[in-house]
Design a binder for this molecule. Sequence first.
Ligand SMILES: Cc1cc2nc3c(=O)[nH]c(=O)nc-3n(C[C@H](O)[C@H](O)[C@H](O)COP(=O)(O)OP(=O)(O)OC[C@H]3O[C@@H](n4cnc5c(N)ncnc54)[C@H](O)[C@@H]3O)c2cc1C
Length: 614
Amino acid sequence: MTDVVRWFRELAAEQDEDPGLVHDTLIIGGGAAGAGVLRDLASRGDASALLVDRGPFGGETSSKTGKAVHPGIRYLRMAFHRGLLAFRLREDPKIRQTFAQNLRGAWLDLQLVWYGTRERKLLIETGGGTVEEIPNIVFVLPDSPEKKWAVFFGISLYDLFTTLWAWCGLSPRFSRVRLFRDREALRRELPHLDSDDVLGGILYWDGRANNDKILVLKAIRDACLRGSETFPVRALSHVEAVRYEWVEDGGGHFLVTLARRFEADDLPETVTVKAHTLTNAAGPWIDEARNRTPRPDGRTSVVYSRGSHLEATNERIHRRLSADPRLQVGLVPLNAERQHYLRPFHQHGLWYIQCTTTDRAHTDPDLVVPEEDEIEELLHSYNALVGEEWRIGREDVFNVFCGIRPLAADDGGRIAVQDISRMFRVNERPCGGGTVYDMVNVKLTEFRWAGREVAGRIAREVRRKTGRRLGPSTTRRLPFLPVRDEELFAVHRADAPRRDPEFLREKVRHHVRHQMASAYADYLLNTGGIRDAVVFDATGRCDVDTDVLDLVLDEMAALLGWDDSRRRAEWDAFAEVYCRNMTFTELGDRVRKHAPAPVPPPARSTPHVRPHSA
Ligand SMILES: Cc1cc2nc3c(=O)[nH]c(=O)nc-3n(C[C@H](O)[C@H](O)[C@H](O)COP(=O)(O)OP(=O)(O)OC[C@H]3O[C@@H](n4cnc5c(N)ncnc54)[C@H](O)[C@@H]3O)c2cc1C
């Protein structure tokens, strides 16, 4: 586990040393993209790296994903679509691009699917149970953009990629794609389905991270544990990169000013650190971070695509899903307009449906809130497929959240946000005598691959500047180092006890000690602790047990030494985000009206991290 206070103190002491440590890279952003670079450098054994995030690690987009670890059927479809557009075999008014632009888009998306297949395999093999396989069924509807046989062909090709990568690893595997020719065939397989519109379906297997934020934490923790005294690998949450510039002293390096965003009166507000290269993994804030230099270019390099998720359950859904593994299958209606993923999840002992939609254009990265029609769209999409007993309404929704992804704005021509290639980009940018790597749209699925790409470039740059050779990347076969009791408190544990206060307290302790939990809102909303508070009332409807919320707050306050006003501030920060996201549902109101009892428990340990804001 990283120790932010200790490392910030170390950095404060190091800044006065001459020449002092020049890190191989400084990474701005501790989401999936930054974590991938840090871990890849650490895997080389002889690289030093420093990662900072102004909030908790994985607290932004990387905890707002659909949790799919997938090459992306949709991206394969886009590759074909753009290919057909290039040769004028199809028309699409949303995409007005030249032959070369369309061909490039097709090539990028095809690459994304091919290598994404490899990444899914590697994450399942090395992720220590965090990434698992799940079955999905794509439903072909009357207004689907492709015909049933075309979808079957596409998914078979998608699966063939999986088979080929499996054979490369000498583990033979054969296709598991299955075609359901009509709705009767589907109904025989999935009795909870009931839709007159469905024309058929195709079953295939894909990957799913049972918790996106934990995957990021695992990568960061793993990287830090692999550092050494000579080549330290450090990651500091609640530390912001506020300014950077290239200075020519002693061969030249970046000088980066870091400001602490946690309370520690004995530490300076800012420190400066040196680095040979700079990695900008600030996600949606990539342009803002890039321009924090005395010579900003003021350019906008990305556009945003927003997605929303709702999580819903009731006693019937929870019981049926736990009793019948056949029903634990993701539903993917092939809509004409926007893609929806309707997947069952089992977390913290609770079965629920996560409904996800993406691809709405968005402008302000600092204001990302769900809209009412998104909630309606998702409820409608799910309810249109299932029978009466499985339908959900606003009263079944216990959590809503949304996120944005930055997409490269330089695709040229005219193109709708949902059609921009989802392949990540690394924009290598000279700055003074050094190089900055801007990482655009790194998905959870490709974070290891993108990390290796950037770390490889850093290795070349370090060699060019200093003559020092970094070792090769070894993340391909490197398992994530586990921590004590990880399995016992894993969010996806199959037999996780529910409503057991002692187990809950132990779980909170585990997350504070080993999973870097330092803010109440982050633990409940980003790590998913809120699911521990979901209960069913006498009618089987879901409800939020405020006693559980209080228990978690008390335990965190005791462990992290929060006084009463800090405890209140932590609650307010959680309630503000949760209730705002739940505006269009019923449970948000109940939490809004709750106020935790003001009596703080006695502090049991020294504060670990005390961020100013949650
Ligand atoms: C709705 C939605 C659904 C998605 N679903 C999937 C999916 O199912 N599967 C998949 O593979 N991908 C999915 N993605 C994509 C994936 O989640 C993101 O692309 C990925 O998490 C981005 O990670 P990141 O590190 O680039 O950004 P982030 O996770 O946002 O991290 C950037 C970090 O930089 C920090 N930061 C910013 N400025 C500074 C600064 N100046 N100093 C210090 N820190 C700073 C922020 O605090 C933040 O933590 C989805 C994306 C969205 C929006």
